[in-house]
Design a binder for this molecule. Structure first.
Ligand SMILES: *[C@@H]1O[C@H](CO)[C@@H](O)[C@H](O)[C@H]1NC(C)=O
Length: 280
């Protein structure tokens, strides 16, 4: 049996591990672990999709915390003035689940020519499982290479089956692959750190590339992609990264990567330039 000093030391060590590893206050670990179930995440993502389909925030009430925030294209705004208030007919939807961070990422494609959108939304949950933040890139006409119909056509041909658990890549590997790609603009060795797959295809706005290395930066002295926010799903082999695309008009950017067997298989991008037409 441990002496009381011994158990105090042990407790201190545990506190230190939790504080440094997760940055989550100790008091919230219990409830967070208990509440962050796939069902809780799925209910919120479904409510979000229902709200967007109806153009109504009312449908979020059952999943949001008392205090919640909404960010669109890297700016915190009033959700009542957001794209969520537009009733949109959704043609494609896929959600990935991060049970460690208690977050999801949902990709939406809306081809309606009166109101075309390709939207990427990270949803973050608090310790009690309720939503504290919707963080959305809403690309539309004027966004980089935007073409919702083509996006739908390309993403519909892809296969994003769940990966058997025995073949899961680690969270660290999945994140590092995405981070290396995002660092190619300001880091000359980053491209060689990306685990390129064969094949690897990219849907960049509405433009298809049959190789993920096509068009990658040759100038590695550009402004970086900063303020990266991550959602990582091992079962989908996927990481979504929202960031500031500093080298193109400080745009709001979303990159989603899917890895298979350790290698990048698919990349989807959305880049929105603050309501202006994106230009290099
Ligand atoms: C550049 O990228 C490489 C490969 O990902 C990484 O090891 C290195 O730390 C990066 N350099 C900087 C300055 O971030």
């Amino acid at each position: 049996m441990l002496s009381s000093t011994g158990s105090l030391k042990l407790l201190a060590a545990i506190v230190a591990i939790f504080n440094t590893a997760s940055g989550i206050p100790l008091a919230s670990i219990g409830p967070r672990a208990a509440e962050c179930s796939r069902d809780v995440l799925a209910a919120a993502a479904d409510a979000y999709v229902a709200a967007q389909s109806a153009g109504s925030l009312d449908l979020l009430q059952k999943v949001v915390a008392d205090k919640w925030e909404y960010e669109e294209n890297n700016v915190r705004i009033d959700a009542k003035k957001s794209v969520l208030r537009k009733k949109l007919k959704i043609d494609h939807r896929r959600t990935i689940y991060d049970l460690v961070q208690c977050a999801t990422y949902t990709e939406l494609v809306i081809t309606d020519s009166a109101n075309p959108y390709v939207i990427g939304t990270q949803i973050r949950h608090g310790a009690d499982g309720r939503v504290t933040l919707f963080d959305s890139v809403a690309s539309t006409t004027g966004s980089w290479l935007f073409d919702a119909k083509k996006t739908l056509e390309y993403v519909s041909k892809e296969t994003w089956d769940p990966i058997p658990e025995s073949k899961w890549d680690t969270r660290e590997h999945i994140q590092a692959a995405g981070d290396a790609y995002m660092s190619m603009w300001d880091n000359a060795t980053a491209a060689s750190a990306v685990p390129w797959g064969t094949p690897c295809t990219r849907v960049e706005g509405g433009a298809f590339a049959s190789s993920c290395t096509s068009g990658i930066p040759s100038n590695n002295n550009q402004a970086p992609n900063t303020r990266r926010r991550y959602v990582i799903d091992q079962a989908m082999g996927s990481v979504n990264i929202l960031c500031v695309w500093e080298h193109m008009m400080n745009a709001a950017d979303s990159h989603e990567f899917r890895l298979e067997n350790g290698k990048v298989r698919y990349i989807h991008t959305m880049t929105e330039c603050g309501g202006r037409t994106c230009r290099l």
